[in-house]
Design a protein around this ligand. Structure first.
Ligand code: AMP
Ligand code: GLY
Length: 437
């Protein structure tokens, strides 16, 4: 048990908008004395010292945490979790918030997650798993026209690119050959999952878990496609809002009972209790909520709209997870809504240029907006782009339209060469909210 009287040194791992939000939120905790971030970005550097150790350099991070006597490490991205950073830190006697390597398979292997869901009757799309391209051809030849579209997924981590929606037999064949034979996703494509294509609204449900119990964070909705009207390629996420009007209290109850509870129970029963953030990406289908995927970490950009409304101390909640005490916590939320817009480099999620100067960031000081850096760096006092997703602007408001107005007013003042952003974040939900009853 951590002594909550003594203040703690915290290490946050990662370098995106999610990690900027985590550092910003943790900085408000009376439990935190000092915060480090590895490797961080230009925005994070204004809040905490950034150390130049990559998020997947587990031994480097471990040496740093030992050297600085870090009391709690918080992991942002999935790669170090799937690679076993939690196991390594725990072996060294260091406290770390996140799932073990075995539990992180829920995100690290889609085949593991799908088989787990089948075993514990957790609602998800029907599926088959293949590792042999000939067997896959054979089975898929019996698909009828009305079975399309189908979704073909690489088993392992593929930076959000390993999911292909196939509308006919030739497209499916190409996906099979690309993944299983040509290995376009390398060993992440040693197995594939072919599954039913679900229809409905997508929603992200994140829960803080202690191995046996959980508390659910407010629902959010990401916008994964690059362009307006959900067109263009899938990205890491171009914007989000929270809470989600489509998710009623009854639906929350159903998601708890049909998805989160059996997942936590099943993982514990299988001897790999889940501790950390469980992120269920759901499709709200006509038959009810179904799991599209599990992630084992905070979502990005979901975190940028969830944490600004959370009133409670995040460090206390994370410690409660580490100590198996999360059931004793109740969450409290600011009223109203949050909506964020991602400013990206032209060409993202494909090739893009970096090193563009960012202007207009500090033109106004507006308490209704927050700016989180994703891909930025400082060079000779100039703020430059350094990634595909560059900045995340969060607007806060009493209503979703108000949050949207605040976010876009700020976005429109920020400029860098070849930037782009979606202009319709939250638009569908606002139609629902503002429709006369
Ligand atoms: P995943 O990485 O599995 O979440 O997939 C990325 C995105 O692909 C999801 O957010 C959905 O938009 C889409 N997707 C994945 N699986 C399905 C499915 N079975 N039916 C429809 N869309 C899907
Ligand atoms: N926003 C999607 C993700 O974090 O995976």
């Amino acid at each position: 048990m951590i002594d909550r009287e003594s203040r703690m040194k915290i290490l946050v791992i990662g370098s995106g908008g999610r990690e900027h939000t985590l550092v910003w939120k943790i900085k408000q905790s009376p439990l935190a004395s000092q915060i480090f971030c590895a490797p961080g970005n230009a925005g994070i550097a204004t809040l905490a010292p950034c150390v130049d150790i990559k998020a997947d350099d587990i031994q480097g991070l471990l040496a740093f945490a030992k050297g600085q006597a870090v009391d709690l490490t918080v992991v942002g991205p999935e790669a170090p979790l799937v690679a076993g950073i939690v196991d390594e830190f725990q072996k060294a006697g260091l406290k770390i918030f996140g799932p073990t390597r075995a539990a992180a398979q829920l995100e690290g292997s889609k085949a593991f997650a799908k088989e787990f869901m089948r075993r514990y009757r957790i609602p998800t799309a029907d599926f088959q798993i293949f590792s042999d391209v000939n067997k896959a051809h054979h089975v898929l030849r019996v698909l009828r026209k009305e079975d399309y579209p189908v979704v073909v997924k690489a088993d392992g981590l593929a930076a959000g690119k390993g999911v292909m929606i196939c509308h006919n037999e030739p497209e499916t064949e190409t996906a099979l050959v690309d993944i299983l034979d040509k290995k376009i996703f390398k060993e992440a494509g040693n197995k594939i999952i072919v599954e039913e294509c679900l229809k409905g609204e997508e929603v992200s449900i994140l829960a803080l878990c202690d191995g046996k119990s959980f508390v659910m964070l407010e629902p959010s909705q990401d916008h994964k496609r690059a362009f307006d009207n959900d067109e263009g390629p899938n990205t890491g996420g171009m914007g989000a809002y929270s809470p989600v009007p489509a998710v009623s209290p009854e639906l929350i109850e159903r998601i708890s009972q049909e998805i989160l509870e059996p997942t936590l129970r099943g993982m514990a029963k299988d001897g790999i209790p889940f501790q950390g953030v469980l992120y269920a990406g759901l499709m709200l289908t006509k038959e009810g909520p179904k799991v599209l995927e599990f992630n084992v970490r905070f979502g990005d950009p979901e975190t940028e709209v969830i944490l600004p409304r959370l009133k409670d101390d995040l460090i206390d909640l994370m410690l409660a997870c580490c100590e198996g005490q999360i059931a004793s916590r109740e969450l409290h939320w600011e009223r109203g809504s949050a909506l964020c817009v991602v400013l990206a480099s032209g060409g993202y999620p494909g090739d893009y240029e970096t090193g563009k100067e960012i202007r207009g960031l500090n033109d106004i000081l507006d308490p209704q907006t927050l700016i989180f850096h994703a891909g930025t760096k400082n060079l000779n006092s100039h703020l430059l782009t350094s990634g595909g997703r560059v900045l995340v602007v969060t607007g806060l408001g009493n209503t979703l339209p108000e949050a949207s107005q605040h976010a876009y007013a700020r976005v429109n003042r920020i400029h860098f060469e070849k930037s782009f952003f979606r202009k319709d974040i939250g638009a569908k939900a606002m139609k629902i909210v503002t429709r006369p009853i």
